[in-house]
Structure formats: structure tokens, C-alpha cells
Design a protein around this ligand. Sequence first.
Ligand code: PEP
Length: 250
Amino acid sequence: MKRYLIAGNWKMNAQLSANADLLAGIVPHLSATGAVDVAVCVPAPYLAQVQKICQGTCMNWGAQDVSAHESGAFTGEVSADMLSDFKSRYVLVGHSERRQHHLETSSIVAAKAQRALAKGITPIVCVGETLQEREAGQTEEVVKRQMAAVIQQVAHCVSELVVAYEPVWAIGTGRTASPEQAQTVHALLRAQLRAASANADRIRILYGGSMNPSNAASLLAQADIDGGLIGGASLKSHDFLAIVAAAQAL
Ligand code: PEP
């Protein structure tokens, strides 16, 4: 039986009072029953606040990025050790907004995944093709290449990863991959992970890209979709809880 992971990505949307209100609308309604893990990935300055609110509850928390370096002269960077100080369980690596706006290459993403794993933090490795790449028939090649870089770097602990397939054309656009389109790519990723690890079936492969309460159930019902990475809808308590409920009902 699957154990789903529903993870919110707040992106650069947070303020102390808004965070408190949002979490007050979600955390008390989460129950330990049901095969669903729930998390929020928040901007690093709010990790302390989110830790304080969420510790001892069913809500896990994490960050949205981590440095590829261990420590030292890297102004503005946040290290895996720093994330560990706030008991971060997860960290996003390779989100398409970082690949696109911060020019993160797959080898940087792989180094970040390794740094996180070395400190016991689960990296949520994001992969996905642009619209141009999909239309050129390059989806498989692109996602496999992005995945391969991480597999190669963390060869000994591939099964510790969480993967998120996030077609770039579906992120924040309201345009979702159909369940069949998503399942096709998830199955490719699963096969690639199986070739790299005997324990690949325990790796959760999340779908991300305009997941919302109306499309969550049909996406999450797919054989190789083990959860969701939720951007916009994670900022609305009702929507986020409805997605969690959809996973619980499956
Ligand atoms: C994301 O940012 O990871 C994401 C999936 O965003 P949205 O749900 O808004 O498309």
C-alpha cells in the first residue's frame, strides 16, 4: 500500500502572521490516521517559527533550497547543517524556478541532494520538462537526464530520495498534466530508479504542477504517483486540506 506524501511549497510567499494563520487552518485538522505524510517547505527565515508551531504535530516541515557547499565563504547560502538546526525533514532541490532563474545545473542539483542526505534531510528532487521540450518530444530524455545526475551522485542511497515530477508548463499556470501524461513520466522515472536501486519501490514520486482539490484524486490514483508537491494550493488551508483528504480517501 502506498504511503502518500503531500508537500506544500510556499515559494517566496510568507510573513510571520500569515504563516501562523495558514498553519492554524491546517495543522489542527491533520490526523495521524490514514496513509498520508504531510509537509510544508517554507522560506528558510521562517523555519524556526514553523518548527515551533509544527513540532509534536502531524505536520512535517522543510526548506526550499540548500547550499551545495558545506560551510564557509558563500554569502547568502543556507547549509544543510543550518536546516538541520531547525529539524528540517525535507528540502526541495532542483525546483524548476531555481534551475531557470538561478541557473542551477543538474550537477549542482545533485550536489545539493548529496549535502542534504549527508545530514539526514530528505531531498525532494524536482525534475521536469519545459513546454518547448515536450512539444519537441524530448520529455523522456530531459527528465531522465536530470534524474541520472542525482542517481550518479548519491548512488549508495538512491532509495532515500523523494522525487517530484513537475512539468514546467504546469507550474503555476493552472494547466495540469493529465493523469495519463503524468503516469507515463512517473513510470519512466520508476523504471530508471529501479535500475539504480533494489529498493526503488519505496521511493515516493510526487506529481507537481497546478494540483488542486478538483484534480488531486485522479492524479493520486495513478499507479506510480505517490503524492503531490503543491504550490499555489498550499497557501489556502481549505485547498491544501482537501488535497490531503483526497490522498487519505484513496
Ligand atoms: C510548485 O511550485 O512546486 C508547484 C507545483 O506550483 P503550483 O502547484 O502552483 O503549480
